[in-house]
Design a protein around this ligand. Structure first.
Ligand SMILES: [Zn+2]
Length: 299
């Protein structure tokens, strides 16, 4: 067994320099005054796409952008500057889950970054210390409270997600109570404050399935801004076999051999998460190659 990385994950791709050193107070004003700046308009996590292959619709700045929440995304190697703005509506807009896996690296990175930042701003308009209003500073990477002088930074919530195998290399997959029948995926959960990642893996697996985990190997990560997670992927080795689900979050769980899983997928009995997810990548990493869906959509 190795702890080599997963292949590059759809939402972990990027082709721009975030250029953190350029996040000055007047950067956005300057960029929104330049016709060459590319603006990505986002509404509720959705953006417009067009073309074949599909790409984000990036436009020149418009006068109304000056009054919109804006964040600096970064610069391309050719000098093209990118800014995201929050708008009320994007007709026919699509979300990262739908297009994240089919966008090119630049656009997947731009949309992931924009969605994550704008989602944070949307729910952090006021100071957690004094309740006063905060304002956007550092070109969108911080908010400042003028009443008490405190600065507030975008948060990212770490979550662990893991393939768990038994001593026969069978894979543990769970079915959440809230999912339609047949939907199975890897176990996952949020890291708690003060908790090492490996301990979070062992705790979540034990809580959700009753399985005891020994060795834990890190495999890779990707941001999952729905609204603020980063998924940290692991491959874990069970030291027990008897499943006892919590019955609350996880309704059932099963061990799958590779042949079990292939057969259950082709018959439509089991539906795996889509290719944009790290869960799918972890499962295919264990399987040893791509798995073919039965054609029934996950969503
Ligand atoms: Zn305050």
């Amino acid at each position: 067994m190795t702890s080599a990385s997963l292949p590059t994950l759809p939402l972990a791709r990027s082709a721009i320099d975030r250029a953190a050193h350029r996040r000055t107070e007047d950067l956005l004003t300057a960029l929104l005054a330049q016709p060459a700046t590319r603006v990505l308009a986002v509404a509720a996590g959705r953006a417009a796409v067009s073309g074949d292959p599909v790409g984000l619709v990036l436009r020149a700045p418009e006068p109304a952008d000056a009054g919109r929440l804006a964040v600096y995304l970064g610069t391309e190697p050719d000098g093209t500057e990118h800014v995201a703005v929050l708008v009320d509506d994007v007709p026919d807009g699509v979300g990262l889950r739908e297009v994240g896996a089919v966008l090119g690296a630049r656009d997947a990175g731009l949309l992931t970054q924009a969605v994550a930042l704008l989602a944070w701003h949307a729910v952090h308009t006021h100071c957690p210390r004094c309740g006063g209003p905060t304002r956007v500073v550092q070109a969108g990477y911080s908010r400042h409270c003028d009443a008490d002088g405190s600065d507030h930074y975008p948060r990212t919530d770490p979550a662990v997600i893991m393939t768990v195998v038994d001593t026969d290399d069978r894979l543990l997959l769970g079915h959440q109570a809230s999912w339609p029948p047949g939907r199975f995926s890897t176990l996952a959960g949020f890291v708690e404050p003060g908790e090492p990642l490996e301990a979070a893996v062992r705790r979540e697996v034990l809580e959700e399935s009753g399985i005891v985990v020994g060795r834990v190997d890190y495999r890779g990560s990707q941001p999952w801004p729905f609204p603020a997670s980063i998924m940290l992927g692991f491959h874990a080795y069970a030291t027990s076999r008897d499943i006892e689900v919590d019955g609350v979050e996880i309704e059932s769980a099963r061990w799958f051999s590779r042949e079990d899983l292939r057969a259950a997928m082709s018959s439509g009995e089991v539906l795996l998460p889509p290719s944009v997810s790290i869960a799918r990548a972890l499962i295919e990493d264990w399987f040893g190659g791509p798995l073919t869906d039965s054609g029934v959509p996950w969503a």
